[in-house]
Design a protein around this ligand. Structure first.
Ligand SMILES: Nc1ncnc2c1ncn2[C@@H]1O[C@H](COP(=O)(O)OP(=O)(O)OP(=O)(O)O)[C@@H](O)[C@H]1O
Ligand SMILES: [Mg+2]
Length: 255
């Protein structure tokens, strides 16, 4: 059975999509069978993996909400990265309306039910979610057993630990039995003492929930999407690529 992990943080721009792509790629390098699911109508994950669905083509929207289409029909193989993606496009913006008409239980179950047919083919299913508290995120958390929370070091510097606590509380309200896979600190500027201080503080506050590995800040992460590659290909030997490989090992160990 696949471990289904939603990558969530209601705050935007913290590294959710970057983590789905690069953790997925690193897991695939370790011969894990990986499906990534794009649950953001802006389709950043699909674009990063070089899968442009534009307005045609079946996407996760049809796979979940169209009775005639199964998720297996929308999954695409990204051969160069060695993983699969259930892509999205802007059609997915219509999902919030459909979800609003569902009962809460149905809302939480709909993606999980849709994934049931393909779950056995994978070791990991990583779900990328949009920022904010959309019903689509409820749907993503509902399908997952675990949540991975990327958190930007500099943002924490401003808002302290409260941000993480609130995030976890809100997710637990949406899904009471949710397991925390881990909090992943991202975009660390190693030159600043301040970031090191923030990391120490977060570890003190949250202990083992926080991954050992911290993702460094580097422009490489912004360059890689343009080439449709994960960091593990774009800068295969970089410290940044090694960091996501280390996170992959931690995620496997936590299983
Ligand atoms: N470790 C990093 N160092 C430098 N830049 C990074 C790093 N991780 C991500 N970025 C860049 O920061 C921006 C936001 O990252 P990303 O899109 O992964 O965040 P997100 O949480 O998915 O955002 P959104 O909430 O908008 O979906 C992107 O331009 C990305 O390339
Ligand atoms: Mg994103």
């Amino acid at each position: 059975m696949a471990r289904i992990i939603a990558v969530c943080n209601q705050k935007g721009g913290v590294g959710k999509t970057t983590t789905v792509v690069n953790l997925g790629a690193a897991l695939a390098e370790s011969d894990e069978r990986v499906l990534t699911v794009d649950l953001d109508p802006r389709a950043d994950l699909s674009a990063h993996l070089g899968v442009e669905t534009m307005d045609e083509g079946v996407t996760i929207y049809e796979g979940v909400f169209d009775d005639g289409v199964g998720v297996e029909e929308v999954i695409l193989r990204v051969e160069e990265v060695g993983l699969d993606v259930a892509p999205a496009n802007t059609n997915l913006a219509g999902a919030d309306l459909l979800l609003s008409e569902m009962a809460p239980g149905e809302r939480r179950a709909v993606l999980r039910t849709a994934l049931a047919g393909v779950e056995k083919r994978y070791d990991f299913i990583l779900i990328d979610t949009a920022p904010g508290l959309h019903l689509l995120t409820v749907c993503g958390l509902g399908a997952a057993e675990e949540v991975l929370i990327p958190q930007q070091c500099s943002f924490l510097a401003l808002h302290g630990l409260r941000q993480i606590t609130e995030n976890i509380q809100q997710m637990r309200e949406m899904k009471p039995d949710l397991r925390i896979c881990g909090v992943l600190l991202t975009m660390q500027d190693r030159r600043t003492i301040h970031h090191r201080e923030v990391i120490r503080m977060v570890r003190e506050g949250f202990g083992d929930i926080v991954f050992e590995t911290v993702i460094p800040s580097t422009i490489r992460f912004q360059e890689a999407p343009a080439s449709g590659e994960p960091i593990t290909k774009y800068a295969a030997k970089s410290e940044a690529a090694e960091a996501y490989r280390a996170v992959a090992r931690e995620v496997i160990e936590r299983g």
